[in-house]
Design a protein around this ligand. Structure first.
Ligand SMILES: [Zn+2]
Length: 235
């Protein structure tokens, strides 16, 4: 491992607790960037610092892993990322690392090697130890996805979602503020209030992403191939 590398970026399909399992990942700061391919996705993952906003202060916070300066990272639920599980998108095959092993990592439908996901790779690189870094993290689901499920539409780009989204942003300034900080009693709509509450406490089901297919979040109902996720803020 190079002494000139201080940080690694966890990607959408992994969170710090997965990287902490890899010996090479433990000494590094873990940062989370947007990986945005469109303007709206800027800040879907983020790093939260309490420093001066300049290069030297931020790089020092990253290098030192000082939790009073590098406060936490904001993460997708890693199951939502496109490469969490193993699988074949066109064969509609999605497998946990455990199940994938049963098939020797060969697709049971087409007979070709599966696209191996991040969870499987982490398990292979792990030496079984559990370890926690200094910097905690919080997991979120994008607000528009929460609203879409609450108002009962499929797409996040529908007019009803946008209307509700604008209303909330006008009242509470930013998506992060709504998802992470505000007292939920301030939100009028009971279903949206419950939706955000469930995301904060990790009471949701996610069909993990695989082979380029995003995972599917379900806040109020089961989705196929569900996986329970427990949310804690990890210190
Ligand atoms: Zn296949």
């Amino acid at each position: 491992q190079s002494h000139h590398i201080y940080a690694l970026e966890s990607g959408l399909s992994a969170d710090p607790s997965m990287i902490w399992k890899i010996p090479d990942g433990r000494n590094l700061s873990i940062i989370s960037n947007s990986d945005a391919h469109s303007g709206e996705k800027i800040g879907r993952e983020a790093n939260v610092f309490d420093t001066n906003i300049d290069y030297y202060s931020i790089i020092e916070a990253i290098k030192s892993k000082d939790p009073s300066k590098f406060l936490y990272t904001i993460e997708f639920y890693p199951e939502e990322g496109k490469y969490h599980y193993d699988g074949h998108r066109l064969c509609d095959i999605s497998l946990s690392p455990e199940d994938s092993k049963k098939y020797n990592e060969i697709c049971p439908r087409c007979g070709k090697p599966l696209t191996i996901g991040v969870l499987n790779r982490v398990e292979k690189l792990s030496n079984g130890d559990c370890f926690k870094n200094n910097i905690p993290f919080k997991k979120i689901v994008p607000l528009k996805e929460i609203i879409a499920e609450c108002v009962g539409v499929v797409g996040v780009n529908s007019k009803s979602v946008q209307k509700e989204y604008d209303k909330l942003i006008n009242s509470f300034k930013s998506e992060f503020n709504i998802l992470l900080n505000i007292s939920l009693d301030n939100i009028e709509d009971k279903i949206i209030r419950d939706g955000i509450k469930r995301v904060r406490s990790g009471e949701l089901n996610i069909a993990p992403g695989f082979d380029g297919e995003y995972g599917k979040v379900s806040i109020f109902s089961e989705v196929k191939k569900t996986q329970k996720v427990s949310q804690k803020i990890l210190f």
